[in-house]
Design a protein around this ligand. Structure first.
Ligand code: AP5
Ligand code: ZN
Length: 216
């Protein structure tokens, strides 16, 4: 199955992606995680994107489309994949259509802006795996440590409140139009299903709702 998780920064895409990908045995393709790995490794790509990521802007469509097209040719994508944080502009979505990459489900996770600011201020991440926690809503077993490796958790560079507000503005302007893009595509009857769920519920309830819509 090919799935897109659509939602504002902090909506819970990465959190829910962990459950879906293990239930369906498909890889999570998070463009954010891929770019952060490039920044950490100090590659040419990392150097190109670091400033724009830290300021809360979007990396260019050309870079992102090339990165994703290359990633989905890898063998682990043969039975599908889950896009997390991609596409986030109309040109990115159109590039998939033009390349004949059909999507089965687009799932929008809706969360209010104020709730997002509070979630992101408490977020902690394990940089190497991309595993995500929240100091009170989804705490690790041992404070400040990753559940699997026991390594230190960190705060993301772009989770300061002013940067979060910029990311939200960018989301509303550039990514939210994808909701009507995919709703129109659903009406064309090619098999794509658009589903919108309320993301204000707790992590387990959202996980339950997602597992119901994905087994239909
Ligand atoms: P990216 O990494 O994609 O960040 P994002 O979309 O801003 O999303 P986040 O990772 O912040 O949020 P999330 O929805 O995954 O939430 P999470 O599960 O962590 O992108 C980063 C940057 O890379 C972009 O700004 C851009 O510069 C660049 N980039 C990436 N892709 C790009 C693209 N396609 N085009 C151009 N540029 C691109 O949850 C958040 C917190 O809330 C956690 O602490 C979690 O524990 C907690 N939480 C989750 N669910 C709940 C719940 N139900 N209740 C309470 N707390 C919850
Ligand atoms: Zn994420």
């Amino acid at each position: 199955m090919r799935i897109i998780l659509l939602g504002a920064p902090g909506a819970g895409k990465g959190t829910q992606a962990q459950f879906i990908t293990s239930a369906l045995s498909i890889p999570q393709i998070s463009t954010g995680d891929m770019l952060r790995a490039a920044v950490k490794a100090g590659t040419e790509l990392g150097k190109q994107v670091e400033n724009v990521m830290n300021s809360g802007g979007l990396v260019t469509d050309e870079i992102i489309i090339a990165l994703v097209k290359e990633r989905i040719t890898q063998p682990d994508c043969a039975n599908g994949f889950l896009f997390d944080g991609f596409p986030r502009t109309i040109p990115q979505a159109q590039a998939m259509v033009d390349a004949g990459i059909d999507i089965d489900r687009v799932i929008e996770i809706r969360v209010d802006d104020e709730e997002i600011v509070s979630r992101l201020s408490g977020r902690r991440v394990h940089p190497d795996s991309g595993r995500v926690y929240h100091i009170s809503h989804n705490p690790p077993k041992v404070e400040g440590k990753d559940d699997v490796t026991g390594e230190d958790l960190v705060q993301r560079e772009d989770d300061q409140e002013s940067t979060v507000r910029k990311r939200l503005a960018v989301y509303h302007e550039q990514t939210q139009p994808l909701v009507s893009f995919y709703q129109s595509m659903e009406k064309l009857g090619g098999g794509l299903q658009f589903i919108s769920i309320d993301g204000q519920d707790d992590v387990q309830n959202i996980r339950q709702q997602l597992s119901e819509v994905l087994t239909k």
